[in-house]
Design a protein around this ligand. Structure first.
Ligand code: 16G
Ligand code: MG
Length: 550
């Protein structure tokens, strides 16, 4: 161990720790890029150790801060199955990043000892990065970190989307094709070819993609090539002039419930926005009256689940398909799923929770309302679909089992993927021959509002029932319940953010005015019952007060 310790001490000198405490959260470490160097170097060390602990399988390291401003950066690790790093290692990561410079070598030695790995064990770390200017520099830090652990190599995949790197890790370890664009493109074309568009169809393959001025813009160009004539993507916010995530991208569109302001959209044009690392997607359009329509993760989940269920039925395959949502799912989307008898599960916010829950179904479709999601196929489903496809007679056009088989290949089963999700949405629309308005008209969302409240310590709020109810402070949930009872179709919940120092408030009701009203009053209840700090949110005047005339 002595020799390893020396080299780690040398690395630590080159990457001294910055002040502060740091936590491996739902999206790894994310900070101003100026403080990230030592964190990324130490995550290089950890990724290398993780690979050894996993018997030499490849693990991944992604340098990105997703939808955060361009001045930020971040790092997260990918486990050998292509999913997020095992939760038990989050604490280990947090510890390794917070120890003093002089204790890093010791901490690394402790991990090696705890998991029984020695110098001779081998490993490999795949590294990908987004388009941020700081990502190049941080790549060096990551590779240096990996080099501090003997017998572990690193491989740089350059600028790639987050889901592309997850895919590469998974594909390598499963010995599947690692040709990402070919896998998506070939399977897309096969399914699309079997779903011909009739004359006068409302569906066309024209889609406008907002690339968030990030890695997703280049991905959309590649995807367009890979899918041939069946898809016609044009890209705006492609990074040539605009700033990453500034007034564009999925997070902007979803949070502000509006289109990117720098572009004129044609009436009823089908548009979508990727986020800064291309693992999220939301669709939107402006109608003939210039009204904005958002088709977010909730609507995407319904569309994809129904597509899969129709093909299963047509192929006479009996598999249970479920949809996993969070408390943020619009009540109207939940109602549609219930009406159509599609089983639903609800989990806490954060992809790892949804991903895990989706495995309870034979085919699990999961989406957060913010557009992060994918479809997981169990071994049983994979086998049944594969066998049914083999039994189908070979013709020019695929039968339902064949379509489902190739649709399944498109899904990125490691993590949410803007490009793969776009393809899954487009094929579902193509089958229905729907325009974006046809799709939107399937389900009318309840108006909703999200607010943030500052409190002294957001951790005083404890929740249960997939974050839909507060258990502490004990007076808060009764206060929310009595407010909600005053509103038609009212629903509200509050939860401490995992990424910002605030408490988030969500409310929905039958009109935008009442949803806003409920949200504002719940925000006041949070402030009063959970140690609000600074300015108390404004208590709204009673609804209808203005209309009362004597
Ligand atoms: C992270 C999560 C995302 C979640 C968001 C909630 C991942 C990869 N990302 O970005 O799924 O929606 O946090 O943020 O898990 P909040 O806790 O601040 O509301
Ligand atoms: Mg992202």
């Amino acid at each position: 161990m002595a020799e390893e310790g020396h080299s780690i001490d040398g690395l630590v000198q080159g990457y001294p720790k910055k002040d502060g405490t740091f936590e491996y959260g739902t999206a790894g470490f994310r900070k101003d890029a100026e403080v990230m160097d030592f964190i990324v170097m130490r995550m290089g060390l950890l990724a290398a150790l993780r690979s050894k602990v996993c018997g030499g399988e490849v693990v991944g390291l992604v340098i990105t801060a997703s939808h955060n401003p361009v001045k930020d950066n971040g790092v997260k690790l990918v486990d050998p199955d292509g999913g997020m790093m095992a939760e038990a290692w989050e604490e280990i990561a947090t510890h390794l990043v917070n120890v003093n410079d002089g204790d890093v070598a010791g901490a690394v030695g402790d991990i090696a000892k705890r998991f029984n790995v020695d110098d001779a064990a081998t490993g490999c770390v795949y590294i990908g990065r987004d388009t941020r200017p700081s990502s190049d520099r941080l790549l060096q830090a990551a590779m240096q970190g990996v080099s501090g652990i003997p017998n572990v190599s690193s491989q740089d995949f350059g600028v790639v989307s987050t889901p592309h790197l997850h895919f590469l890790v998974r594909a390598h370890n499963l010995k599947q094709s690692s040709d990402y664009w070919n896998v998506i493109g070939e399977n897309y074309q096969l399914v699309a070819k079997s779903l011909p568009i009739s004359d006068g169809s409302a569906y066309t393959g024209d889609v406008l993609v907002d690339g968030a001025n990030g890695v997703g813009a280049g991905c959309a160009v590649q995807l367009n090539k890979a899918c041939g004539d069946y898809l016609n993507l044009s890209v705006i916010n492609d990074g040539t002039t605009g700033v990453l995530n500034l007034d564009c991208g999925a997070d902007y569109v979803k949070s502000n419930q509006r289109e990117p302001p720098n572009h004129e959209f044609l009436p009823n044009q089908r548009c979508c926005s990727f986020d800064g690392d291309a693992d999220r997607i939301v669709y939107f359009s402006k109608d003939g009256d210039n009204v904005f329509h958002l088709l977010d993760g909730d609507k995407i989940a319904v569309l994809i689940a129904e597509f899969i269920m129709e093909l299963l039925e047509a192929a006479s395959l009996h598999l249970n398909v479920g949809v996993v949502q969070t408390a943020y799912a619009n009540g109207a989307a939940t109602n549609v799923l219930e009406e159509r008898k599609i089983p639903i599960a609800c989990t806490s916010t954060g992809v790892k929770h949804l991903h895990h829950k989706a495995k309870d179904f034979e085919i699990g479709v999961y989406f957060e309302a913010n557009g992060h999601g994918t479809v997981l196929y169990s071994d049983k489903a994979t086998k049944m679909i594969t066998d049914a496809k083999a039994a189908e007679s070979e013709t020019d056009s695929l039968g339902p089992a064949g379509q489902l088989y190739h649709y399944m290949q498109i899904s990125n089963q490691a993590v949410g993927d803007s490009c793969a999700d776009l393809c899954m949405v487009e094929l579902a629309l193509r089958k229905k021959q729907w325009s974006v308005q046809d799709w939107d008209g399937q389900c009318k969302f309840l108006p909703n509002r999200m607010l943030k409240v500052k409190v002294a310590d957001r951790r005083v709020i404890k929740t249960t029932n997939a974050e839909r109810q507060v258990t502490e402070p004990s007076d808060l949930q009764p206060a929310i319940d009595s407010l909600v009872a005053e509103y038609e179709q009212g629903r509200s919940f509050v939860r401490p953010s995992g990424t910002e120092d605030v408490v988030r408030v969500y409310a929905e009701a039958n009109t935008q005015v009442t949803a806003d009203h409920l949200a504002a009053r719940v925000a006041c209840a949070v402030f009063d019952n959970a140690g609000g700090s600074g300015q108390r949110p404004q208590e709204p005047s009673p609804l209808g007060a203005k209309r009362v005339k004597h």
